[in-house]
Design a protein around this ligand. Sequence first.
Ligand code: TA6
Length: 278
Amino acid sequence: MITHKKLSNGFEYIEVKNSAAEAKIALQGAHLFHYARVDEEPILWLSEVSDFEPGKAIRGGVPICWPWFGFHENKSLPQHGFARVSMWELVYSDESDEKRTTLTFRLTNSNQTLKIWLYKFELELHVTISDKLTMELKTTNIDDKEFEITQALHSYFKVSHISNVSVKGLDKKPYLDALTYKNEVQEGDISFNQEVDRVYQEVDGKIVLKDKKREIIINNDGSSSVVVWNPWIEKTSRMSAMKKDAYEHMLCIESANAFDDARVVKPQKSHTLKATIF
Ligand code: TA6
């Protein structure tokens, strides 16, 4: 079942329920902020004190970082781009299969976007809600000049406790440590006892989030970079819309085209970043 919902302040989202799973996706940012398989704990983390307001990104779920990942050289522009605080349109839905619901959201250039990013584009998010969560972020260049993007499906995963968690699949991968700005190489699995903010490159296989009672698998296509982030104690205290102990129950593993994995999209061509989570 697909239901259009509106909060008392007018904030709109789509609720999906089928025989396999449920999800919620805000029209602002095509921001998927809830996904759970039937009779299971949610897979995505959502801050208990998240904003649901125009112009403010929801804290949790899967914010879409586009057309740049991280800070822009023009510091007056929003970190992680403008897509996640823009109003998208639901342009397609299909719930003919009781075990899977597909939705397509679309954002295109406007006078506002052209003021800060000089290109004509069509951006679509194709979401499949079933016993797997699939997100395909498709960038199409409808301009007459090529452009470069960096981007991420900035997925916040819900974990039992960060001390129970390890991340597999990045052994021997090079990464930029965003805390020291040093280039390092991963040795073995990643465990967490301090802030971690790393951009891994040359990623070519599945990533496994191993928690106490479950493993979550992330398969990426159209991407060779992955960001792993836990803000830990001090940074959490400085983050918006996060309780001080939030870091204990979340971990970001972001399917990306970040830094060296930037993508050039030529006129009339497309690039799709895809994440399959199960
Ligand atoms: O992807 C990791 C990161 O870049 C962190 O450095 C932190 O800034 C996080 O994203 C959250 O950013 P946001 O703009 O959503 O507060």
